[in-house]
Design a protein around this ligand. Structure first.
Ligand code: MN
Ligand code: ZN
Length: 666
């Protein structure tokens, strides 16, 4: 087992010590890496302590080994403390063994010399390390720009904020020294507190002009699917890095492109299953992260001064772990990266919901909310399951809400010219322009919906339906269409109606619509239920008289999974009072509970341009959001109105799955 036969009794103290150490090295090699050493000399040596993991550079080791003959292969694996050398003859290997065993090797990085312990092995086995390829969707394009262009970009990155502003382009609002690196933002500021951008707060000046040439090239060649509108410039000194992360899905589109300037680096990509791929990013190369590599794999740069890289003679490809036969250590230089992203307008609908912040409802990891037992709980519930959701789905929601319901229109058209009318919870403002003779103002809690109203040139303000910032008695009429059912306690629903009454002048009229528990009346199914059957002949017009027609009517499996889980939650909490979890409604079916979550199946309307040669984003899945509803039972809305002293009910009716009242203040 031990080294080639020696008479141990004749060994000096020194030699005995060496032998002990050598045997120890054998044990470590066997125990930690399954490398079996042999006592009979072979062409192959394993050199304990001579590995990259010990800071030994390929070139240094090679110089030492070549003194004894021709080194056919030198295998140095990432992070391993040992190396393998194969000589062309056994004799050469034996000479190296005799001369180097127990000898020092000095490395530039270690002040302490490293002592090498050599052993023979039958063969060099490296097939326990699987050949790795780049993560799916990842692309490294070498020499994407010229050295001259690199110079210009680096000069730009070094410019002071003032200079940048004097140029009138690329106004720099953020220059920060993060703990680990210097960073500048253009287009939108990247917020490190929430890893998002403020989509409605673009920085003035847009992207710097110096980038145009590069971006045009990326668009032309299909490296970018969307023209980027956000740029982050990072500068990493040797020893600086960035912790592993996935770029948050909701703020940015697929296809993040990153230019490496000044020096190369190694970026570590990790799959959630633990698979690790180290990717070499050469100087002046472009990194494209799309699809799985953008959405599912984390990426980061380990803060260190040395990288394991393919030795320069063979270094051609982006992945360094794909070819492990030629690795060495490389000193880092100062690297400047230009990362370009496109800010998203719609939530992410990628195929990786487990890591997608836009699809957090799908995870079912949070217990679903309970029916609130206090006003505070109710407010929180409405915030998460009403306000946040409408803000997220605003664009898509609005695209399904173009036609006013006839009876609401009739109410508005019957009002006298010049009447001041407020639509409380106006959504996308579809009633604000119904009667041009009225002075109509809308308000909504969702700033994104309010923004849509503003774009349509309607008067709108943002407020809470319980606290409308208008003086009492100023309105000739108010409407509240499909709003009061989003308040999650009876007291709050009453307050919402009282707030409308407060706004009305004596004699002023209010129209209130809420969703009905009863979706079938006098054996006639509501249009909501009918949609299911009409689905195949569905046209753009199908939203005409419909409350809450979800664009997508598929009942998806995720909902059922959530639903089952909800049932379990309910079972778990039977003994806790008021903790009944809200059930998730299956769209286009009868309601089974008055308090529930109604899924909104979000459709991303934007199709990726086909110019791209990049892999598709992922399966065409929909994001699902859950909205809280209290569906009203027969008589419930009337009863609430009757409890309010200064109004009378002029009319109470059922309209296509809604309970409706027209009230008058006196
Ligand atoms: Mn990133
Ligand atoms: Zn996503």
């Amino acid at each position: 087992m031990a080294a080639p036969a020696r008479d141990k009794s004749k060994l000096s103290k020194e030699q005995k010590k060496l032998l002990r150490k050598q045997v120890k090295a054998q044990h470590i090699l066997l125990k930690q890496d399954g490398i079996a050493t042999v006592s009979v000399p072979t062409k192959h040596l394993v050199i304990a302590n001579g590995g990259l993991g010990n800071g030994v550079n390929r070139q240094q080791l090679n110089e030492v080994l070549q003194k004894f003959g021709t080194v056919e292969t030198l295998l140095m694996l990432p992070h391993k403390p040992h190396a393998f050398a194969t000589y062309s003859t056994i004799q050469e290997a034996r000479e190296a063994y005799n001369a180097l065993n127990g000898q020092n090797i000095k490395t530039t990085e270690n002040t302490q010399p490293i002592i090498l312990y050599l052993n023979f092995v039958e063969e060099v086995v490296s097939n326990d390390i699987p050949p790795l390829s780049l993560p799916p969707g990842l692309l490294v394009v070498e020499d994407i720009i010229s050295p001259e262009y690199e110079k210009r970009l680096l000069a730009f990155a070094d410019e002071s904020p003032n200079t940048a502003m004097e140029n009138g382009k690329g106004v720099l609002l953020a220059q920060k020294s993060l703990k680990h690196r210097r960073v500048k933002h253009y287009g939108y500021e990247f917020r490190y507190d929430n890893n998002k951008v403020d989509k409605d707060k673009p920085l003035p000046g847009g992207l710097p002009e110096v980038c145009d040439e590069f971006l045009d090239q990326c668009m032309e060649k299909g490296y970018a699917k969307f023209k980027p509108d956000q740029l982050t410039i990072n500068q990493y000194e040797p020893g600086q890095g960035i912790p592993p992360h996935i770029d948050t899905h909701s703020p940015f589109e697929d296809g993040i492109i990153c230019l490496s300037l000044g020096a190369e680096t190694v970026m570590d990509f990790k799959h959630p299953n633990g698979l690790h791929v180290a990717v070499m990013l050469p100087r002046r190369s472009l990194l494209v992260m799309s699809g799985e590599s953008r959405y599912l794999w984390s990426h980061g740069i380990t803060p260190r001064k040395l990288d394991v890289v393919s030795s320069p003679e063979t270094q051609k490809t982006g992945t360094i772990t794909g070819d492990i036969s030629n690795l060495t250590l490389n000193k880092r230089g100062t690297r400047t990266s230009f990362t370009f992203r496109k800010v998203r307008t719609l939530p992410c609908n990628c195929g990786y919901p487990e890591v997608c912040d836009s699809q957090s409802f799908r995870k079912c990891s949070d217990p679903p909310p309970s029916v609130p037992s206090s006003d505070g709980d109710a407010s929180k519930l409405e915030h998460k399951y009403v306000h946040d959701v409408y803000d997220e789905i605003a664009g898509h929601f609005s695209s399904t809400r173009h036609t006013p319901w006839p009876k609401v229109t009739k109410f508005l058209k019957a009002l006298p010219a010049g009447a001041f009318v407020v639509d409380v919870g106006c959504g996308n403002g579809k009633y604000l322009g119904v009667n041009k003779d009225l002075f109509m103002v809308g308000c909504d809690h969702s700033k994104n919906l309010a923004h849509i109203c503003r774009e349509r040139n309607f008067e709108v303000f943002i407020c809470d339906g319980l606290l409308v910032p208008l003086r009492s008695g100023v309105c000739d009429a108010c409407i509240s269409i499909a709003v009061v059912h989003h308040f999650s306690t009876e007291a709050r629903r009453l307050s919402a109606i009282k707030e409308i009454v407060r706004l009305l002048r004596p004699g002023g009229k209010g129209l209130i619509y809420v969703w009905a528990m009863e979706q079938e009346r006098n054996k006639v199914k509501s249009k909501y239920l009918m949609e299911k059957h009409e689905k195949t002949i569905k046209t753009q017009e199908n939203c005409t008289t419909m409350p809450e027609v979800d664009e997508d009517q598929e009942t998806n499996k995720v909902d059922l999974a959530c639903f089952n889980q909800l049932a379990d939650f309910n079972k778990d909490t039977v003994n806790k009072q008021n903790s009944a979890r809200l059930p998730v409604h299956t769209n286009r079916t009868a309601f089974e509970s008055q308090d529930l979550l109604v899924p909104w199946h979000l459709k991303a309307g934007i199709k990726a341009n086909s110019v791209s040669s990049l892999p598709p984003t992922g399966p065409n899945e929909l994001a699902v959001f859950h909205r809280y509803y209290h569906v009203f039972s027969d008589g419930e809305l009337e009863n609430i109105c009757r409890s309010i002293s200064n109004i009378r009910i002029l009319q109470s009716y059922y309209d296509q799955g809604n309970w409706c009242v027209i009230i008058e203040k006196y």
